[in-house]
Design a protein around this ligand. Structure first.
Ligand code: CU
Length: 263
């Protein structure tokens, strides 16, 4: 059974832990959501495992097992583009490994970038976490692939075109597990506030909803910027954990979308 992360971390907090009561997400954020002129065609990515609303703490990414791009021409492995960087954790002492990557866009079309890190050991929840993450960048207005699945083990299929969205638009998606709709998944949603948004209480940090029996969900995004949608599944799998146990695996399918204010 899946328990909301907040309640577990809050309980952990009462027991003396220093973890903030919020959810972590893999950030796969390009320098621009839309390429409209050649000056924007050199994309750079920040790939971090963090709490997007609060802008920290940063958690360590050991390695990215998968990083690539899908276009009409198929998939291209981009792991060779990854550059590791060690950053202060922010909010927590210590440093964590993150990644950057560059990619230059040469042709019009949809570019679906995707990344899967090695499993992350969440000691408090005794869970291994894997976040299969994607973001779609459109170049020069040719729409030719945003609705094509990458084929990730857990994946959110956008029902709304995932770019060119205004603030206040509804984003609709469908949760897929191994290519088939997965009903009733928990969806966690967060704005990338980077610590600049004052949240009046903990429940405002991460929005939570449940997809319907076909895995479909809807959410209206109330602010301009980057939003992440995470479908978190308990897949029943286990992996050997650093504490010597076989730990349950929480597999997430994430999608990042960007909104802009209507002028
Ligand atoms: Cu975290």
């Amino acid at each position: 059974m899946f328990f909301p992360r907040h309640s577990i971390l809050l309980l952990a907090g009462f027991l003396g832990s220093i973890s903030p009561a919020s959810a972590h997400f893999l950030e796969l954020v390009p320098s621009t959501a839309l390429v409209t002129k050649s000056g924007e065609s050199q994309l750079s990515f920040d790939i971090r495992f963090t709490h997007p609303m609060e802008g920290g703490p940063l958690m360590n990414i050991e390695r990215l097992e998968r990083f690539g791009v899908q276009t009409v021409d198929g998939k291209q492995d981009l792991t060779g583009q990854l550059v590791a960087e060690t950053l202060p954790m922010a909010l927590n002492p210590g440093k964590a490994q993150s990644y950057t990557a560059d990619y230059s866009i040469r042709r019009a079309g949809d570019y679906t970038f995707y990344a899967s890190p090695t499993p992350y050991w969440e000691a408090e929840e005794k869970t291994m976490i894997i976040h299969h993450t994607k973001v779609i960048v459109n170049a020069y207005g040719l729409e030719n692939g945003w609705e094509t699945p990458v084929g990730l083990p857990v994946e959110i299929m956008p029902l709304s075109r995932p770019y060119g969205l205004w603030t206040g638009n509804i984003f609709s998606g469908q949760v897929m597990k191994n290519g088939t709709p997965e009903g009733n998944a928990i969806i966690e949603i967060e704005y990338r506030g980077e610590g600049k948004v004052k949240t009046p209480a903990t429940p405002f940090i991460t929005q939570t909803l449940r997809a319907d029996a076909n895995g479909v969900f809807h959410y209206a995004m109330p602010k301009a910027g980057w939003w992440v949608f995470a479908a978190l599944l308990d897949t029943g799998k286990t992996l050997p954990a650093p504490d010597g146990t076989q730990a349950p695996v929480e597999e997430g399918g994430l999608i990042w979308v960007h909104t802009r204010n209507i002028p």
